[in-house]
Design a protein around this ligand. Structure first.
Ligand code: GLN
Length: 296
């Protein structure tokens, strides 16, 4: 029985199909994708290109990498522009968007990040990451902050209030449940969370949440105030996925599997689109093997 490490070193690609309808095929890769792709062999480069990048400047990037690992998928920390060449998709974690923007600016990451989005590569922004992807943001600090943009929506940066107004809720997620199975709700962990106030016509709404009664809709978006009084908290627009909450802090991996399958489809339904570090299972698993303390 090979150890995990030994399995990592096995360079021969072995394929397996997971059991959901989408036949996502995964290559097991041994090597951690190098941060200097030019030194890789052709085969290694091909594998490295397919890893999932996680922007690792600040915030919950470790938790995303752990969530990917629980699915048997390799996540690669991204801190420099050239490192984006070694991944096929990207997760931008939650954290603090102003700080993250300053760090991204310091590392000259914005041009490469914008290019990544423009190239149609799959990108998922959670919380601060969602703010990064929005075309328009309200409630920014004085002077604003750089954004990647691409997602045709207006996001309110701290819609639900300050840190102490953070909350958890069982969020209805019909589209997610239809695609990934499991319960109709997802445990939404909202930490000083943003909300999406407006979306463009190309944006698919995947989850919304009732506006707290003490909180009227942002005045600038008064016209949105319908009988339903809801704000949007999860969206997809082509290659972009955005969630206002933190799936990586829960044991429910369905948003991660949703993104991986989305990435696989975008990358051409390719047989080698995702790098697995170990036999992964992208099906809904109510009792996953957790390797970081997370909500259960
Ligand atoms: N509202 C925060 C911000 O402005 C994001 C919070 C989060 O990522 N949990 O960056």
């Amino acid at each position: 029985m090979p150890t995990k490490r030994a399995a990592f070193r096995n360079e021969r690609p072995s394929q397996f199909h997971h059991s959901t309808s989408l036949a996502l095929t995964i290559h097991r890769s041994a090597r951690s994708p190098s941060l200097t792709p030019q030194r890789l062999s052709k085969r290694e480069e091909q594998i490295a290109t397919m890893a999932v990048g996680v922007l690792a400047l600040q915030g919950s990037f470790n938790e995303h990498i752990a969530a990917l690992r629980r699915l048997g998928v390799k996540g690669v920390e991204i801190r420099k522009p050239e490192q984006l060449q070694s991944v096929g998709s990207l997760i931008i974690p939650g954290g603090e968007s102003t700080t993250m923007a300053k760090l991204a600016h310091f590392h000259n990451l914005f041009p490469a990040l914008r290019e990544f989005v423009k190239m149609g590569k799959p990108v998922w922004g959670t919380c601060a990451g969602l703010i990064f992807l929005a075309d328009k943001v309200t409630g920014q600090k004085a002077g604003g902050q750089d954004l990647i943009g691409g997602l045709d929506c207006t996001v309110h940066r701290n819609y639900f209030g300050s840190q102490i107004q953070s909350f958890e809720v069982d969020l209805p997620v019909p589209e997610l449940a239809a695609k990934e199975g499991g319960p109709d709700t997802f445990r939404g962990v909202f930490i000083r969370a943003p909300a999406i106030l407006e979306v463009g016509p190309q944006v698919e709404v995947l989850a919304d949440y009732p506006v707290p009664s003490e909180k009227p809709m942002d005045e600038a978006h008064e016209e949105n105030k319908g009988s339903e009084k809801k704000v949007i908290v999860a969206v997809r627009q082509g290659n972009l996925l955005g969630t206002a909450f933190h799936p990586e802090l829960t044991a429910d991996s369905r948003w991660h599997t949703y993104f991986l399958k989305m990435a696989s489809e975008i990358e051409g339904g390719a047989s080698n689109s995702i790098v697995a570090v170990e036999g992964g299972d992208l099906t809904f698993n109510p009792q996953p093997n957790n390797d970081l303390p997370i909500f259960q």
